[in-house]
Design a binder for this molecule. Structure first.
Ligand code: ATP
Ligand code: MG
Length: 376
């Protein structure tokens, strides 16, 4: 069944002269991700008709701050009351409130008067009580120049900026819980993301490969299509095992990832690299080690989870639909390098010295296989 929704934004309203551009991008994104049968910009938001099954997704699309079911009518009081009937027809509670917003100031009644008039009729029809402080449902009425929107309860969306308004970001995706969440958070800040995954192709099984593709698919729901780059990594890992002491293998491996990711990111015109690093979570995430790892590439690095706790990250992973996939068993290529006594306070001079043992002459020619991932 399809349903009409009224979407509102938050930060887009702060964009002054650029507001139209941000709205246009949001509208295009909603078209691509939710395939509405109808969509239009209104004075305060966007009106769209989508399949009811997709409404949960609506709350996770970057840029959507709030949404509600809506009934559209003429700027006539009796019509507003009828629209209110439609909104309340399946409502099971006892209390309600009405909140009118009149951007069309020529409408003859003031907001308060409309609240009163419509409220009295709805209360009578459904035997409800008005409760302004803690209503079980809040009906919002928006009167614009051309028509009126009568909305049911607001559902919170994620807000932020529409994907594509901040440029491209290359996200390092492991099979863990954190990196898909980091990628999602960058989309919420307007980045169009690409994913890069380093895979020990000699070890991977079918399930492992599927896991990465499934994560990419879930993330693609929020920006319609995602480019996923898989880098066969076994050759590099073999060199690391042969030439690098165990306690710093992880750090050198992650430096190699950054160098290769940066090369590909530049080719793809990305403006930053993003990881799922969270400060102090594992040995490679002490500040000392993070600095040493990040020095491997000059590009801007974004770590939206730096200050997040595991429990917060896990909750968000559940919400965006990646947690169950991340929890599937998976031998990440890094698990090869988990050492009993890893270095936690690496020094860049030492790391650079040891790294010279690797033959990096072919680094720029590292093979990469790229895919375009979408949900369908
Ligand atoms: P995650 O849950 O994202 O795996 P983690 O806490 O397990 O995070 P690490 O395994 O140390 O952390 O990895 C830190 C970050 O490095 C990841 O969030 C990811 O951005 C990147 N990374 C690690 N392994 C890979 C990989 N095989 N391919 C691409 N990126 C990786
Ligand atoms: Mg990991």
């Amino acid at each position: 069944m399809s349903m009409l929704f009224y979407v509102r934004v938050d930060e887009i309203f702060l964009k002054g002269k650029n507001q139209k551009m941000f709205f246009d991008v949001l509208r295009e994104n909603l078209k691509k991700t939710l395939s509405p049968t109808f969509i239009k910009r209104t004075e305060g938001g966007l009106l769209l008709d989508i399949s009811e099954k997709k409404k949960e997704l609506l709350g996770l699309i970057p840029g959507v701050a709030k949404y509600s079911s809506v009934s559209v009518c003429k700027n006539v009081l009796t019509e507003m009351i009828k629209a209110g009937y439609k909104i309340l027809k399946d409502f099971k509670g006892k209390t309600f409130a009405i909140d009118t917003n009149r951007s069309y100031k020529k409408f003859p009644l003031k907001s308060q008067e409309i609240n009163k008039e419509v409220g009295a009729e709805l209360a009578k029809k459904f035997s409800l009580k008005v409760d302004l402080n803690n209503p079980e449902i809040k009906i919002s009425i928006f009167i614009t120049k051309d028509e009126t929107y009568v909305c049911g309860d607001d559902v919170e969306g994620v807000g932020g900026l529409p994907v594509g308004t901040s440029g491209k970001v290359m996200c390092l995706l492991s099979g863990g819980i954190d990196s898909p969440v980091a990628a999602y958070l960058m989309m919420k800040r307007g980045a169009q993301i690409q994913l890069i995954h380093f895979q020990n192709q000699t070890q991977v099984t079918q399930e492992v490969s599927e896991k990465i593709f499934d994560l990419a698919k879930v993330l693609s729901q929020y920006q319609s299509k995602i480019k996923l780059h898989i880098v066969p990594f076994a050759g590099w890992q073999k060199q690391v095992v042969m030439k690098i002491p165990a306690d710093i293998r992880m750090l050198i491996t992650r430096r190699l990832m950054f160098k290769i990711a940066q090369n590909i990111a530049r080719k793809e015109k990305c403006l930053a690299l993003c990881t799922g690093d969270s400060v102090g979570q594992v040995a490679s995430q002490t500040l000392e080690n993070m600095e040493v790892v990040y020095m491997a590439a000059e590009m801007l690095k974004l770590n939206p989870l730096s200050g997040a706790n595991k429990i917060e990250i896990t909750q968000l992973a559940r919400k965006i639909g990646t947690l169950d996939i991340s929890n599937r068993p998976y031998e990440d290529c890094c698990s090869l390098f988990v050492d009993k006594h890893p270095q936690t306070k690496a020094k860049i001079s030492h790391i650079e010295e040891v790294e010279k043992r690797l033959d990096l002459s072919t680094l720029d020619k590292t093979e990469v296989i790229s895919y375009n991932i979408s949900m369908s």
